[in-house]
Design a protein around this ligand. Structure first.
Ligand code: PMP
Length: 404
């Protein structure tokens, strides 16, 4: 049995009232709330072990370094990577993907080469490639989808050519909830000798991922979407590829030896970690992963899946509501529109009932163009949400719809 009531006790903010109503927090795809264990980890770092990592020989610096490197091991285990040298700490998914685009392009892209993304990417997996395209002459190819929000795998297979250098796709769509068939994507891409990068921002927290079992070459995710602090994230990369890629930023721990004539770089993963890292954030991220592991990612996935099924069932009964995205396999989010009510009006009125959802284009404007809509209303769940909260959402939507 999944004991959601006892889990909720770990998240103090969930007891909050907004506008005199109990908070119903259904904006977990934007960011998750933090358990007391993570908050305590942050204060414990500042109270007991704060010192800059790596360069100090003194007690506190060594302790902070030890905790940060333990955190790297926790991340490695959590995503099933083979080595901590493959775990690079960043500011989040966006920085991970910018690092990847920058360094991968410099190492492997020549004018006319191609990178394949999908039509349901977050801007974070589009714009970094466009920035690099301006400098390198790479071309972006886009995998289409059907009207339900499933990728067109046949079209994908037809797109791979001897110019394709990388496939970079989201695991789970932050708008449609589609769980993309990463195993098939990897199989097809690898058969052409093409590596695969996965945006795991919406999958790592909800379904988990095992990079070795799936054989993915890169994985990006954010700490704040998996119950950790803001400002910290991860880029996993296959060692043999990372070794060939140049640094992204310069300064700090990323150097081997610096002179005005020639600078050499540190070994992995430090080559990609310039400047003082957010070691407090990294240590707290490990607490978050420990917390998730304590509940169990499979139990989380199962519970959230049943909650989403329930949401789809309850919302289906609402007159004038249409779902945006009815994918074959769904995780985390449900997007919808009601009659011709603007998403922002729906969001504002739900907010006054204490219900937090997200509205708009969700940083996926090309997907909105594909769907022919300016935006959606999106409810996104976590393991701390309850069926009663889904009931409150359904009742709230009906009440708002009744006003129009
Ligand atoms: N990719 C996806 C699929 C996302 O949902 C998000 C966050 N909405 C991002 C990338 C960017 O994450 P961050 O803002 O934490 O860098």
């Amino acid at each position: 049995m999944f004991d959601v009531e006892s889990i909720r006790k770990d998240f103090p903010i969930l007891d909050k009232q907004v506008y005199g109503k109990p908070l119903v927090y259904l904006d977990n795809a934007a960011t998750t709330q933090k358990p007391r264990q993570v908050i305590d980890s942050i204060s414990d770092c500042y109270l007991n072990t704060n010192a800059n990592v790596h360069r100090g020989l003194h007690f506190l610096s060594e302790e902070a370094t030890r905790q940060m490197e333990n955190a790297r091991e926790t991340v490695r285990r959590f995503i099933g990577a083979g080595s901590t040298q493959e775990i690079i700490f960043t500011r989040g998914t966006t920085e991970s993907l910018n690092l990847l685009a920058h360094s991968f392009t410099r190492a492997f892209i020549k004018p006319g080469d191609e990178v394949i993304v999908s039509c349901m990417e977050h801007h974070s997996n589009i714009v970094p490639w466009q920035l690099e395209a301006q400098k390198s002459g790479l071309a972006l190819k886009v995998i289409p989808m059907d009207d339900r929000g499933n990728l067109d795998m046949e079209a994908f297979e037809g797109m791979l050519s001897d110019r394709t250098r990388l496939v970079s796709v989201t695991h789970v769509s932050n708008v449609l909830g589609t769980v993309n068939p990463i195993r098939d994507i990897v199989r097809i891409a690898h058969a052409h000798g093409v590596p695969v990068a996965v945006d795991g921002a919406q999958s790592v927290p909800h379904t988990g991922i095992d990079v070795q079992a799936l054989d993915v070459d890169f994985l990006a995710f954010s700490g704040h979407k998996i119950y950790g602090p803001t400002g910290v994230g991860v880029l996993y990369g296959r060692k043999s590829l990372l070794e060939q890629m140049p640094p992204y930023q310069g300064g700090g721990e990323m150097i081997g030896r610096v002179s005005f004539e020639k600078t050499t770089y540190n070994e992995l993963p430090y080559k990609f970690e310039a400047g003082t890292p957010d070691y407090v954030g990294v240590i707290a991220l490990a607490s978050a992963l420990d917390y998730v592991t304590g509940i169990g990612i499979d139990a989380i996935a199962e519970y959230e899946h049943s909650l989403l099924d329930y949401a789809v069932e309850r919302l289906s009964a609402i007159d004038g509501l249409r779902f945006i995205g009815t994918p074959a396999v769904r995780s985390g989010v449900v997007s919808f529109l009601v009659k011709d009510i603007f998403p922002s009006d729906m969001g504002t009125l739900l907010d006054h009932l204490g219900i937090a959802v997200r509205t708009g284009h969700h940083c996926a404007q090309p997907l909105m163009d594909r769907l022919g809509i300016p935006g959606t209303v999106r409810a996104s769940v976590s393991f701390y949400n309850t069926r009663q909260e889904i009931d409150a959402l359904a009742a709230g939507i009906e009440r708002v719809a009744g006003m129009f």
